[in-house]
Design a protein around this ligand. Structure first.
Ligand code: SAH
Length: 274
């Protein structure tokens, strides 16, 4: 299917994804139109195919990004009961999907964390995002943060007072952001929960996993809010030949349901290279 949606410009690529019904929601289309894929894919940015970005990683094909956002949309968009959605993008790689998600989480404190296990790719995501004025604003305001950690364990980040009313990160938020960074020695600091916070503080409305998991890791399910949703590719046959996307939902009572969606081909979630 891939090449059918390719274009010669960003808008043509997105229009083709729309025409081919890979993007179905107007709000998703608007978000994709706002992000130039050329800032994230050094080669053939408007082709509907994955492209190498270094460190054995690829930027996924646009139709896969579209499918991920369409599935997660109810958990990404702000709503009266959830005005500031929190989204975790595991294996953020180029940072492209992280940016598109940031266009959708709203301006009332919604946040997206792009998580990478390779520091150079965490930096690449941030550098790519800084190529546009909107991307720079997302980074400065704290709407988007790029972190280093093992995505199989998820990520905890508290954000209750991160965004001040003018849309810029508060001093407290900036302080916390820097505390959560890796130290120069490589350890991750500051991931402990604070006392007295509510049970879903630091959890995620939506988790997107951009590399295939050996299993649906319990830590990730535990880190979903109630309600919350995860989109994750899984190596789900014993021969290691097939992968499928799984949708994992947690309802507002905390009940978890899992549904296998369709076959895919993703690079694996692994230990970081030595
Ligand atoms: N969503 C990205 C996909 C990048 S490819 C994009 O479209 O640009 C998958 C990414 O997962 C790679 O960047 C790889 O470094 C990362 N990755 C692999 N194992 C990981 C792990 N255990 N924790 C975090 N990231 C991981």
């Amino acid at each position: 299917m891939a090449w059918y949606s390719s274009g010669v410009s960003n808008s043509e690529l997105i229009e083709n994804l729309w025409r081919n019904k890979l993007i179905k929601d107007e709000r998703v289309k608007e978000a994709f139109l706002k992000v130039d894929r050329a800032h994230y894919s050094p080669i053939s940015p408007y082709s509907d195919s994955p492209q190498p970005i270094g460190h054995s990683a690829t930027i996924s094909a646009p139709h896969m990004h579209a499918s991920a956002i369409e599935h997660l949309l109810p958990s990404i968009l702000p709503s009266p009961s959830r005005p500031a959605p929190r989204v975790l993008d595991i294996g953020s790689g180029s940072g492209y999907l992280t940016h598109v998600i940031a266009e959708l989480v709203g301006s009332e404190g919604g946040t997206v964390v792009g998580l990478e296990h390779i520091p150079a790719l965490r930096d690449l995501g941030a550098r790519n995002m800084a190529k546009s004025a909107q991307g720079r604003e997302f980074l400065e305001s704290g709407r988007v943060r790029f972190r280093v950690g093992d995505g199989r364990k998820g990520w905890k980040e508290t954000t209750s007072d991160d965004a001040s009313t003018d849309g810029h990160a508060s001093t407290a938020a900036r302080r916390r952001s820097s505390v959560n960074e890796r130290s120069p020695m490589g350890e991750v600091e500051g991931q402990g929960e604070r006392q007295g916070e509510d049970k879903d503080e630091g959890k995620w409305d939506a988790i997107h996993v951009g590399a295939s998991a050996k299993e649906i890791h319990k830590e990730l399910i535990d880190q979903l809010r109630s309600p919350g949703m995860m989109f994750v590719p899984v190596d789900d046959d014993d021969m290691g030949l097939q992968q499928h996307i799984w949708e994992v939902k947690k309802d507002n009572k905390g009940e978890v349901s899992k549904r296998r969606l369709f076959g895919v081909r993703y690079v694996p979630l692994t230990d970081p290279p030595k």
